[in-house]
Design a protein around this ligand. Structure first.
Ligand SMILES: Nc1nc2c(ncn2[C@@H]2O[C@H](COP(=O)(O)OP(=O)(O)O)[C@@H](O)[C@H]2O)c(=O)[nH]1
Ligand SMILES: [Mg+2]
Length: 242
């Protein structure tokens, strides 16, 4: 059967989380036999890869892609999307903070409309974020600054749960941490980006890989970079063969 949807999960040192999460994802998509699940092990130094291998016994649709070394979340996402066979890709965080039951919510706009080809991506927006207060406050500030600069309308780029067209994603310019700028980059290509509310859960195992302040500093450089990309673009154009 042709794969219609690929669920891609980038993970780095999430040994305790991959088991429960993979089972939840498999459960959320069980009604559809044409879904594949791809975990991308991005140079984990813990048991993540071994645990994933073991899960394949119970979850036949589970594929594992592995980086030879840690290359970052954006690169892991891209490796997963490259390996994917689905026309649509759903991605979510590997720590279980996104609820796999919300996969249907980010997919809904693609299925609801006759002309959904204009939609490049549907991004989740975490309504009640279950993260420490400082993280939430700094991220709110950074969000405001980014929206002002890039006008991408994205109020929560840190939400790991997103659905997008595989070909649209792979055509975007790639750089480290580009996964936070997918809305701006999709809009730059002329795609519509939708936002839907999703849930959020506390991290149960392991620790966050992103510090609050180091993220803020690189964000400023990244935003300036995306601003440059926006300026160096002459609008989307349709091509046809005569
Ligand atoms: N592939 C990959 N994933 C990462 C890396 N750092 C973080 N992640 C994943 O990105 C997701 C979000 O990271 P997390 O540490 O939970 O950040 P937070 O939710 O913002 O605190 C989790 O699924 C992590 O496993 C990395 O270097 N490579
Ligand atoms: Mg997290």
């Amino acid at each position: 059967m042709a794969v219609a949807l690929s669920v891609v999960v980038p993970v780095k040192d999430e040994a305790e989380n991959v088991g429960p999460l993979a089972r939840e994802i498999a459960d959320a998509v069980r009604h559809d036999a044409s879904v594949e699940i791809i975990f991308v092990d991005d140079g984990s130094e813990d048991d993540t890869a071994a645990r994933l291998k073991h899960l394949q016994i119970d979850i036949p649709s589970l594929r594992i892609v592995q980086h030879s070394r840690n290359a970052g979340q954006s690169r892991a996402l891209r490796s997963g999307v490259r390996a994917a066979h689905g026309i649509l890709v759903v991605t979510l965080d590997g720590d279980g903070q996104n609820d796999p039951a919300d996969i249907a919510r980010v997919l809904a706009p693609f299925h609801a409309e006759a002309d959904s080809t204009r939609i490049g991506m549907v991004s989740g927006v975490r309504v009640k974020r279950k993260d420490p207060l400082v993280k939430r406050l700094v991220s709110r500030l950074a969000n405001r600054f980014r929206i002002r600069m890039l006008r991408d309308g994205a109020t929560d780029v840190g939400c790991g749960l997103k659905a997008f067209r595989r070909d649209a994603f792979l055509a975007l310019p790639y750089f480290d941490h580009m996964h936070r700028y997918l809305a701006a980059l999709m809009q730059r290509e002329g795609y519509e980006v939708r936002f839907v509310d999703v849930g959020h859960r506390p991290r149960l195992h392991g620790r966050s890989k992103y510090g609050v302040w180091d993220r803020l500093v690189v964000s400023i450089a990244d935003i300036l970079g995306v601003l440059w990309l926006q300026k160096r673009f002459r609008g989307a154009v349709e091509t046809r063969e005569l």
